[in-house]
Design a protein around this ligand. Structure first.
Ligand code: ZN
Length: 361
């Protein structure tokens, strides 16, 4: 399982050579093997790191079992460093070469799809699921006393209907309380960060009120299903919540970039302005629309990137050479300067401009 420990190990990594970070969407509908291999080949072409390319190809050919919908791979063969994680969620295919592992896409996945606790609750008990990065990691159940039995024995003992109903009510509360206590331990043990409650409105409301406050504040959704719901139903609904959170996160970021750019503050939009800001080392977070590429020119002297055809570099007077993908160069430059890159999908504003950035100053 890719979790906090793995993420921290990538954050802490410091080696002597460049690190190749590869994210590969392996979720192709048709001709999956071919499609994945072609995508991989096209990405690796851009790296310019033959030993790392060989290590990645070796892994995909020989070690990976083709499970999952995405792959995250980090390689720095200068130091013999190699890590690979299959992911149950699709990721935007992208390759980064930088002094350190490029973890933003994984960190975003953890934010939006990581450490979910799901509780499916009814009057008698609860089923608990630990759901992480699109996968069911663990499940447990707690079952209290049967409600029907209590009702029958209650009616017989008291001899009047009201007494039986009270007993039933008490039993339900006891069961819900037991379920809440069980959930408390389960959530703590799994270190969940988001909680989804599933069940009828009535049961969920009562269960929620019995949960300790610290868990109540982590509830991000309620799914109205009955106890017989299959885990796959829950899975789809929880993934939809994750997707909504992901989209919101992206929208907020892009909106911030556009607003700041419009105000002439710390934001920039469009390829040329962004490339200038990149050259000046001002980009803190580069925002790139998934799949956006653009040819351009790079100064042979100082590395200045532009889409305009200029005779001489305005900074160092050297000549320009054509480059196939100015966006890729910008990504490398920002990462080398210690900035971040966010690859954004399904965002109409960014789809039009392709690229933008939050500036340091
Ligand atoms: Zn120059």
């Amino acid at each position: 399982m890719f979790g906090d420990v793995a993420l921290q190990s990538l954050l802490d990594y410091a080696g002597n050579g460049p690190v190749l970070s590869l994210y590969l969407n392996t979720d192709a509908v048709e001709n999956r093997t071919e499609a994945v291999k072609i995508a991989l080949k096209n990405l690796l072409k851009k790296a310019g790191l033959p030993e790392d390319e060989a290590a990645v190809s070796r892994f995909v050919e020989l070690e990976w079992d083709w499970r999952g919908r995405g792959l995250a791979i980090f390689s720095s063969q200068t130091d013999g460093f190699f890590r690979a994680w299959p992911l149950a969620l699709p990721v935007a295919s992208r390759l980064f070469v930088a002094p350190r592992p490029y973890i933003k896409p994984l960190a975003n996945l953890m934010d939006n799809y990581g450490y979910y606790g799901i509780v499916l609750v009814d009057k008698q008990g609860a089923r608990l699921f630990f759901f992480h990065l699109g996968e069911l990691v663990e499940q447990e159940g707690v079952l209290g006393e049967s409600i029907r039995q209590t009702r029958e024995s209650g009616s017989a003992a008291s001899g009047r209907r009201g007494g039986g109903d009270d007993r039933t009510r008490e039993q339900i509360l006891r069961n819900l309380k037991e379920a809440a206590e069980f959930a408390d331990r389960f959530f703590a043990e799994k270190r969940v960060r988001k909680i989804v409650l599933a069940g009828t409105d009535e049961n969920v409301a009562e269960f929620r009120a019995l949960l300790p406050k610290r868990w109540q504040s982590l509830v991000v959704g309620h799914i109205n299903v009955n106890m017989s719901a299959g885990f796959n139903d829950l899975r789809e609904r929880v993934l939809a919540l994750g997707e909504a959170a992901e989209r919101q996160q992206e929208e907020r970021l892009v909106e911030q970039v556009f607003t700041l750019a419009a105000k002439g503050e710390n934001g920039v939009v469009g390829l040329d302005d962004t490339l200038s800001a990149v050259h000046e080392g001002r980009v803190q977070t580069l925002v790139v629309y998934e799949g956006y590429e653009a040819g351009g020119w790079r100064c042979a002297g100082c590395g200045y990137l532009t889409t305009q055809t200029l005779e001489r570099c305005p900074f160092c007077e050297r000549e320009f050479e054509p480059i196939a993908d100015a966006v890729e160069m910008a990504v490398r430059r920002v990462l080398a300067d210690g900035g971040e890159v966010d690859v954004v999908r399904d965002n109409p504003s960014l789809a039009q401009t392709g690229i933008g950035g939050l500036l340091r100053y």
